[in-house]
Design a binder for this molecule. Structure first.
Ligand SMILES: [Zn+2]
Length: 178
């Protein structure tokens, strides 16, 4: 049912990440989500990418377009509707963003971009908080804005690609073969 986007990225796999963080508004501990895309990639049109992705690149995703059904199903179930399309005054546009489980405050994408925030861990303790679910594609993401987070990309690359669903940090032993 998704409308055809002029600009799109087709990813071989996607990862739904979750982590806990304190809401800036009500200070409740809430889960936040992020979507990562893994190659090989196919591009259509001129999607907004900060890096030109090679086949084993792992990119962060921000988008205002509908998510592919496979990704939507996982993120809806995981987030219980807290990760949804909404308007950002900061960005001046709408995109898929997190909302606090307690007070529903909008939680912008700075969790992905600021060192020390939930999706930009600076130490092992931070990485231990991360939880990842892999979704096999290929899947098309319309009107994407893709960034790169080296710490996350490295962490994901070290997760076993041989098993999916609920690959938690405790299983993320670099080089492990399952
Ligand atoms: Zn809150």
């Amino acid at each position: 049912m998704n409308a055809i986007a002029d600009n799109a990225i087709v990813a071989a796999k996607a990862w739904v990440l979750s982590a806990k963080t304190a809401c800036y508004q009500c200070h409740a501990n809430t889960r936040v989500f992020a979507i990562l895309l893994a190659g090989p990639f196919t591009l259509r049109g001129e999607p907004d990418l900060v890096v030109s992705p090679d086949d084993d690149a792992i990119l962060t995703l921000t988008t205002a377009a509908p998510l592919p059904n496979e990704a939507l199903a996982v993120i809806d179930e995981s987030s219980r509707g807290r990760y949804r399309l909404d308007h950002s005054h900061t960005a001046g546009s709408s995109y898929w963003m997190n909302h606090c489980e307690a007070c529903d405050a909008k939680l912008g994408d700075y969790y992905l971009e600021r060192p020390g925030e939930a999706f930009f861990p600076m130490d092992d303790e931070g990485f231990d908080q991360l939880h990842a679910i892999c979704i096999q594609g290929p899947m098309e993401f319309g009107e994407p804005s893709c960034g790169y987070n080296g710490a996350l990309a490295h962490w994901i690359a070290n997760l076993s690609t041989g098993q999916f669903h609920d690959v938690s940090a405790s299983h993320a032993i670099p080089g492990e073969r399952l």
